[in-house]
Design a binder for this molecule. Structure first.
Ligand SMILES: *Cc1c(COP(=O)(O)O)cnc(C)c1O
Length: 440
């Protein structure tokens, strides 16, 4: 590409040139997230109903910072978040019809941050003389990096990464011990982030036990549940068990933009008592004053998020739900879980490989058997070098607590098929054979 922008514009007859440039310059330099062979990170789902919703949102060119600046933007969003709460079996306390409610955030990272800000606000209101420098946040050592980022942005000085158990879930006795140590040292626990489906291995922190520790030792602390990836699976009743205890959480989030057919960006953030958030975030300059806001009877979603402005993102969710229905969404999740179960059976039956963590929904973490970290890493690189698949890695502690090289297989991309999962397994076994014969 030229290093300076063009001086003269073009007319519509020259548009094919731009598209040709997209084809020749951009496409070859992309990671193809929608490819059948994409099993990296977590998926970035999209679907044509969602794309249409986004297109209409963009075409309407509206801005939903306040109820007054486009009432339907707010009203449709509120209804969609209530629909999604019903669909995922969330407790009624998160519905907009009570004291709670939901909002679309751009990302789970923003949800974690605004929950932290609301938590601090609520805490300091109850304890106005608390020194802000003593506030402590807790999450597990498997939690997403966005929790650390949120503490940095919010200026929280203490973050404890709590030890995890053999399944990589938060050890609540370790949480209890740490909270008590901190209390004894004059510090102030105010926020606990539980992860439902960790990024590395899909581990589920026990929300009910975390809430019980909170109730016992620091009842004014906030519990936020980050179900960014796994939350999509709760549209299936059989995949809701990991939400046990969520009725004690103060907030919850999940990303349909990962695994629920809705293109980026779309994070659903729910709060049990919306007043905490609005109180913490609301600032009204004269130029935004209006009679609807003053009436106190409408939602102004700008008070629920970091930015002021907001797109009409609820349209894409509405379209997805109308197009697929609850049954279609369940079928989407169930096929991916079934393919992952198939892959799990292959791994368990093959003594060249072992699981590095229990299968979590549609995420499988595996490695070569024995003390072969180097070969596991080489196998992953060799698989990616074929250009046929994309896998990403992590490290997970083994039974002796040693961090071991691990291949993550995240199924659930729009392009994935049972055939592409079978082809992945074929490739991995071929490469494992090559790795073994190299070694001998
Ligand atoms: C992907 C992920 C995130 C970050 O998601 P964004 O929406 O990109 O901020 C946070 N937490 C968990 C557990 C995740 O898997």
């Amino acid at each position: 590409m030229p290093d300076k922008p063009p001086q003269a514009g073009i007319d519509h007859t020259q548009w094919p040139d731009i598209l040709e440039d997209v084809r020749s310059i951009v496409l070859p330099a992309l990671t193809h997230w929608q490819s059948p062979g994409f099993f990296g990170y977590f998926p970035a789902n999209g679907s044509w109903p969602a794309v249409l919703g986004d297109l209409i949102s963009t075409g309407l060119g509206v801005q939903g910072m306040l109820w007054q600046t486009g009432p339907a933007i707010t009203e449709v969003e509120t209804r969609m978040l209530d629909w999604m709460a019903h669909l995922g079996g969330l407790p009624d306390r998160f519905l907009s019809t009570g004291a709670g409610g939901g909002v679309i955030q751009g990302t789970a990272s923003e949800a974690t941050l605004v929950a932290m800000v609301a938590a601090r606000h609520r805490f300091r209101k109850a304890h106005p003389h608390t020194n802000p420098g003593t506030l402590v946040a807790y999450t597990s050592n498997q939690a997403h990096s966005s929790v650390l980022k949120a503490t940095r942005i919010a200026g929280i000085e203490h973050l404890r990464l709590i030890a995890t158990d053999a399944n990589h879930a938060m050890d609540t006795e370790a949480l209890r011990t740490k909270i008590n140590e901190d209390l004894n040292a004059g510090l102030t626990p105010f926020y606990i982030c539980a992860t439902a489906g960790s990024t590395s291995s899909g581990a589920f922190d026990p929300i009910d036990r975390i809430a019980a520790v909170r109730a016992e030792h620091c009842p004014d602390a906030w519990v936020h549940v980050d179900a960014a990836w796994a939350g999509s699976a709760t549209v299936c009743p059989e995949h809701r068990w990991f939400l046990e205890g969520v009725e004690h959480a103060d907030s919850y989030c999940t990303n349909p933009h990962k695994w629920l057919l809705t293109n980026f960006d779309c994070d659903l953030f729910y709060i049990a008592d919306r007043a905490n958030l609005i109180d913490a975030m609301s600032v009204t300059p004269e130029y935004l004053r209006n009679s609807a806001t003053d009436s106190g009877e409408v939602i102004d979603y700008r008070d629920w998020q970091v930015p002021l402005g907001r797109r009409f993102r609820a349209l894409k969710l509405w379209f997805v739900m109308r197009h697929y229905g609850a049954e279609g969404l369940r079928a989407h999740i169930r096929q991916h879980v079934a393919w992952t179960e198939w892959l799990e059976r292959q791994v368990l039956a093959d003594d060249r490989f072992e699981l590095a963590a229990p299968r979590s929904l549609s995420l499988l973490c595996l490695r070569l058997t024995g003390d072969r970290d180097h070969e596991t890493k080489a196998l992953l690189e060799a698989a990616n070098a074929t250009g046929r698949v994309l896998l990403t890695h992590t490290t997970l502690p083994d039974a002796d607590g040693r961090e071991r090289s691990t291949i993550r297989v995240a199924i659930g991309g729009m392009g994935n098929t049972f055939e592409s999962v079978q082809a992945l397994w074929q490739l991995l076994t071929e490469l494992a054979d090559a790795a073994t014969s190299d070694a001998t």
